[in-house]
Design a protein around this ligand. Structure first.
Ligand code: COA
Length: 327
């Protein structure tokens, strides 16, 4: 296994956000748990962030080749073509199968589930899974209900065939979706429902979010999918050493941990520094938690997420031994 991540250098503080929006540092800190987020420069695209994270993951895994590249993103460079082939090309993996996967903030865990399936089926023996987002490209800087929340970044893992019981092997996944809530987090324009020529209004190109509705469903779904995934691995909730929760809102993670009865010190967080980075959130949190010593070899880890769709997904693993994480 290899793990790497990348944040664009520019940091935008709450004070910067509050200077142009009707909000305050205090509101953002207390209601969301964010102090700053990293925002890519205009010339940087999602593929640029993805390549940086993927290079670090390959170095971490000590490999120069992978059999498949899956890129989880809601912010591809273009509608057509997919961004993954471009990323694979820039990694020097020109001929490998490479495709994008769109499942909102659950995209990374969905993609690891697909990757594990490819490995189990014998279709591939190494798979690169990347979560990368330039959320700033789809967030309305004038919308105070989304602009303080989202940030840019990327994280990647290299998964490799091995024994099912060895540290680093992914356990059974629990995942699902409910399209009844498709409009709770969505970009109204630019797709086939509302093509670009009908969406001259720039606001239709931005994320629209019903924050309250998302919050309630996120707590419920993350709680349930965590329970399902732990049960499928044969673990009781008390057995979970670390719960890696998608960084959407610090209050969501706290509510999930409280509902499950998991002590806060077992629920690492980096939202304060990075905001909600959608599909990049989980690999960024894994990477930062490993580097700061919150993830240790053989710990029982549940990785759990929720996002637009709605979608949700969780999986388990024993934290690998000797993993050199690069960020
Ligand atoms: N600054 C100051 N006040 C704000 C604000 C901001 N940035 N955004 C909203 N408010 C105000 C509202 O206008 C409202 O004021 P009112 O009571 O006078 O009408 C009040 O704060 C409460 O609004 P509400 O929308 O109920 O806030 P909230 O506590 O639900 O927080 C979110 C809003 C968006 C932070 C929260 O709902 C959330 O995090 N939802 C989940 C979002 C998410 O995770 N999305 C990604 C999923 S993957």
């Amino acid at each position: 296994m290899g793990l790497g991540s990348y944040l664009p250098p520019r940091k935008v503080s709450n004070a910067d956000v509050a200077a142009r929006l009707d909000t305050t540092d205090e509101w953002i800190r207390t209601r969301i748990g964010i102090a700053a987020r990293h925002i890519a420069d205009p010339a940087t695209a999602t593929s640029d962030l993805a390549v940086e994270a993927a290079l670090r993951a390959m170095k971490s895994a000590e490999v120069e080749h992978v059999d498949v590249v899956i890129l989880a993103t809601a912010t591809p460079d273009h509608h057509v073509p997919g961004t993954a082939p471009l990323v694979a090309h820039r990694l020097g993996l020109r001929q490998v199968p490479a495709f994008d996967l769109g499942a909102g903030c659950s995209g990374f865990v969905y993609a690891t589930t697909v990757a594990a399936g490819l490995i189990h089926a014998g279709t591939a023996s190494t798979v690169m899974v990347i979560g990368a987002e330039k959320m700033s490209a789809v967030i309305d800087p004038a919308d105070r209900s989304t602009a303080p929340i989202f940030g840019d970044g990327a994280g990647a893992v290299v998964l490799a065939a091995g024994r099912a019981d060895e540290p680093g092997a992914l356990g059974p996944a629990a995942w699902g979706s409910d399209g009844e809530h498709a409009d709770a987090i969505y970009i109204p324009g630019g797709g086939s429902r509302n093509p670009s020529r009908a969406t001259a209004d720039l606001k239709n190109r931005y994320v629209h979010m019903k924050g309250n509705e998302v919050f309630r469903h996120a707590v419920r779904r993350i709680t349930h999918v965590t329970e399902e995934s732990a049960a499928a691995a044969g673990w009781a909730i008390q057995d979970i050493d670390r719960l890696i929760v998608h960084q959407a809102n610090a209050r969501i993670s706290v509510a999930v941990a409280n509902t499950l009865g998991i002590p806060p010190e077992r629920v690492p967080s980096n939202i304060t520094h990075v905001g909600n980075t959608s599909a990049a959130s989980i690999p960024l949190l894994l990477s930062h938690s490993a580097i700061n010593g919150q993830l240790k070899p053989r710990q029982r880890v549940v990785v759990t997420s929720f996002g637009a769709g709605f979608t949700w997904a969780a999986t388990t693993l024993l934290w690998p031994i000797g993993l050199q994480v690069l960020a």
